[in-house]
Write a protein that binds this ligand. Sequence first.
Ligand code: ADP
Length: 390
Amino acid sequence: MLSIILVAAAGFAAGFFAAYRFYYRRRVEHIASSGSREMAARNEAKDQLAQAASGRTLATLGSMAEGVLIVDAQGRAVLANNALLDALGLKKGAVEGAYFWEIFRDSEVNEMLENCLKHRRVAKKEHSVLLSDKTFEIQVSPIASGSDFLGAVGVFHDVTRLKELERARTEFVANVSHELKTPLTSILGYVETLKEGAVEDVENRMKFLDTVEEHAKNLSALVEDLLLLSSVESGKSALRLREVDFGSMADRVLKAYAPKIREKKITLSREISPEPFVIRVDEALFERAFSNLVDNAVKYTPPGGAITVTAARSGAESRLTVADTGIGIADHDLPRIFERFYRADKSRSRESGGTGIGLSIVKHIVERHGGRIEVESVPQKGAKFSVVLA
Ligand code: ADP
């Protein structure tokens, strides 16, 4: 891709230089008589931009997403397109006529251009340019017309986002491996203990097996969540949208959690009007999202607390909320709780079998429905999650 752009840019550059040289020679002859060759050359480079590179060349280079810099054989910039100026935070007109080392102040980029002008060879490199916090794939190439060496062209392809995605993927793999390894190590440890004789220990063997079962269940829940997350994220399977009554959905979910709610002596309030509260969703998926919110409310609310589920309409929007009087979430954690594997309360999450990806699943499901999720919380007072569907 970069090579194609480079060839195109080099093509432009060659035509550009032809017009430039003709104009330049005449102007330098004229200015040289006044004495200042250096100033003349600099002004020339600026002037020629307006004169020679008018019209199509500039328009095309200007509309490219990749940054392009063309320098003459002495290393003076004769053209820098908008993408390059924007990427480096430079003003229009601040570059033309300047030597490339005055523009970049970045030894690696400068070295690439210098070598290209000296040895007339193509060079390619991925590099974080010092002037900005971006990473570019940079390719420099000599420009020649017949036996004439004209200069060099550099194409700067912004790969910052690509790098970020790569980093996120690596981080994800590391997180998943860690999440899988912890329960597996524990399972293997208990099995070994049992095999080494604990199996004869009538009093404790059941406890060991219970722990093994608990870790295996956590593993299974994690794998299930990962599969669901990947299917929702990929957006491959189409949503099966239909009109469903949120009241009935809430009842089903709350019924499933009734034993835990009772056990923790949590007061449950269901503030949904008795008439059907119709929402258009993929029932199975949406129920999973709602269930994750209820699951968290139950997990993070200490015994004796309260959970309130509400549904309200405001204009075209439906707002479904799950509020609790639990441990709440600190301000600095709030923006991150929807990230995969981010846990504000690590020990409580693990203790209660949390996978750390419940809320990212909720967010993806809600967003796939064109909705949004909001959260408010006061630490130690509670948290309120609202799903807003348009
Ligand atoms: P987990 O499986 O750990 O619950 P989630 O993705 O569902 O993972 O939630 C991410 C983190 O957000 C949790 O680890 C917890 O720290 C915090 N959290 C989520 N819901 C609540 C809530 N209702 N009250 C307090 N903290 C919550």
